[in-house]
Design a binder for this molecule. Structure first.
Ligand code: DX5
Ligand code: ZN
Length: 230
């Protein structure tokens, strides 16, 4: 079983004060989620390797980059070189996703692959033995502050079964609409890594907000008897 982690998404932070925003939440977390968007894969445009480089200099926390871009082959290595600890990409835009996974691992990065809410797990099945993390999107990628999609929950449980079947060890990350109210269902289903943007950065006390999400995840696991994350 993986340890449970909350990864605040800086998409909901003040982009003019990112170092301060991360320092604010740092006492409560070990990982920061960085959403890279190119205005092609999703209809939004955010940040890229130069900002990751600046973040790397500003924090010792794990930097977890989520690439919502059509050309991860070109930019994922740049994000790794800029200092990201983990890079997750959406594999359907890549001709040779396994090759890209291996390239990024050789570059020293942890690697994740992502599935959108309506994409089946079969899309990434062949990659699962080779990745460190599966990102199960619980909203359509592109924007913070959207409503959690509970219909995705069975896919988390399916991922747990696939992990057992494959003898694999990847983390299961959920991203989108995660809060103290919604995280429980995902933890009970088997998710261990919880991205939370607005539920952390839109709150006055960010460390308290991050801890509330984590505590709600633990509470749901206790109720579920812990079998979901086994
Ligand atoms: C959305 C991004 C998320 C976003 C989540 O496409 O991938 O990481 O920041 O924001 P909330 O937690 O507000 O839904
Ligand atoms: Zn994300």
């Amino acid at each position: 079983m993986h340890d449970l982690r909350v990864a605040p998404s800086i998409l909901s932070a003040d982009f003019a004060r990112l170092a301060d925003e991360i320092a604010d939440v740092a006492p409560a977390v070990s990982m920061i989620h960085v959403d890279v968007m190119d205005a092609h894969y999703v209809p939004n445009l955010t940040i890229g390797p130069p900002v990751v480089k600046s973040l790397r200099a500003a924090t010792p926390l794990l930097l977890d980059a989520h690439l919502m871009i059509t050309d991860p082959r070109t930019y994922a290595p740049q994000v790794v070189a800029a200092g990201a600890d983990s890079v997750t990409f959406h594999p359907e835009v890549e001709d040779d996703p396994l090759g890209l996974v291996e390239l990024l691992r050789d570059a020293g990065s942890q690697v994740g692959v992502a599935v959108r809410p309506h994409q089946p797990l079969s899309l990434v099945e062949e990659l699962l033995p080779h990745v460190d993390m599966l990102l199960v999107m619980t909203v359509q990628p592109g924007f913070g502050g959207q409503a959690f999609m509970p219909e995705v929950l069975p896919k988390i449980a399916e991922a747990v079964r696939a992990r057992q079947h494959l003898g694999a060890d990847f983390r299961i990350q959920v991203d989108g609409g995660i809060s103290a109210k919604t995280v429980g269902g995902t933890a009970a289903a088997g998710a261990d890594t919880f991205v939370a943007g607005s539920a952390v950065f839109d709150q006055p006390d960010r460390p308290a907000a991050a801890r509330q999400v984590l505590e709600a995840a633990f509470a749901a696991l206790e109720v579920a008897g812990g079998e979901g994350a086994a």
